[in-house]
Design a protein around this ligand. Structure first.
Ligand code: G1P
Length: 293
């Protein structure tokens, strides 16, 4: 079985990050010197996904432009003999992956966004990576990252797989929350899942991080139409998929994942990335020390 496709839904309006996202896509907000989407796509490439499918919106062209060649910029950098910058800029448009985009003309939710890729997915398994969640590579003490590990598990065992992390009970209302069971080999499987429950109704405090690997069959369980003004949720499809007998494994997040769709999470990602920056890390630490004394 091959697993090459990853769907990244980028059509969302980013209302939690307004007013910054009135004109700029939330995925293009920078964490120090790279836009959020670049960290996410680099994570996919590291996990060896070779086909990236962006589900996008007319207001988000800058995302595609960022990964395209900029002839004018490259020529200017060439003339000014800025070799290392030129190399870095060129590498963004020469990634070891194909990026294609599909428009989601109506904002009908995450399930609806994924469904837009149905024809391209065909019968192949695929990953879904949510772009407002950025894995903190500095806190990842493993040799392989979370998405690579999920991919390896899927290819070895063939079960759909979702990444979960423990969150505070008070925060469960921001996430999909899963109840898990363990089998005889201590493998974790999802038993139940609820989208943004109240702390009282939450089946646990294990939240869906935004990294999933599915077989194409899941798409048959995504609602085609919205009901009672609710969005078409991926979580509802997962719930129905499990009820139909599908085995969906749970992988627990190693390290940390920033929620860059929230102002606090985004701020944290900036601080962490700054102090661990190869070139300017020490400078940033000195600046922070000045402010904390
Ligand atoms: C989405 C998913 C949710 C998941 C979350 C992770 O929610 O629906 O299950 O836990 O992403 O960030 P959203 O943040 O788009 O409202």
């Amino acid at each position: 079985m091959s697993l090459n496709k990853v769907v990244i839904p980028v059509a969302g309006l980013g209302t939690r990050m307004l007013p910054a996202t009135k004109v700029i896509p939330k995925e293009m907000l920078p964490i120090i010197d790279k836009p959020i989407i670049q960290y996410v796509i680099e994570e996919c490439i590291e996990a060896k996904f070779s086909e990236i499918i962006l589900i996008t919106h007319s207001s988000k062209n800058s995302i595609e432009n960022h990964f395209d060649t900029s002839f004018e910029l490259e020529t200017a950098l060439e003339k000014r003999i800025k070799k290392s910058l030129l190399k870095e800029i060129r590498s963004i448009s020469r990634l070891k992956t194909n990026i294609i985009s599909i428009r989601q003309s109506e904002a009908k939710g995450l399930g609806h966004a994924i469904l837009q890729a149905k024809n391209i997915i065909g019968k192949d398994p695929f990953a879904v990576v949510l772009p407002d969640r950025v894995i903190n590579k500095n806190k990842c003490d493993m040799k392989v990252d979370n998405l690579s590990l999920m991919r390896r598990l899927f290819l070895e065992e063939g079960n759909d797989i979702i990444l979960l992390e423990k969150v505070l009970k008070k925060d469960v209302g921001n996430y999909g929350i899963a109840k898990i069971r363990k089998d005889g080999n201590k493998r974790r499987f999802i038993k139940d899942i609820k989208e943004k429950p109240t702390p009282k109704n939450a089946p646990s405090n294990l939240a869906v991080v935004g990294r999933y690997i599915f077989k194409a069959d899941i798409l048959d369980f995504v609602d085609k139409n919205t009901k009672k003004n609710r969005e078409i949720e991926l979580t509802d499809a997962i719930k129905k998929y499990i009820s139909s007998g599908a085995e969906v494994q749970a992988s627990l997040l190693k390290g940390e994942c920033f929620d860059c769709g929230s102002k606090q999470g985004y701020f944290k990602s900036i601080i962490e990335t700054a102090i661990n920056h190869d070139e300017f890390g020490q400078d940033f630490k000195n600046i922070l020390k000045k402010y904390s004394s």
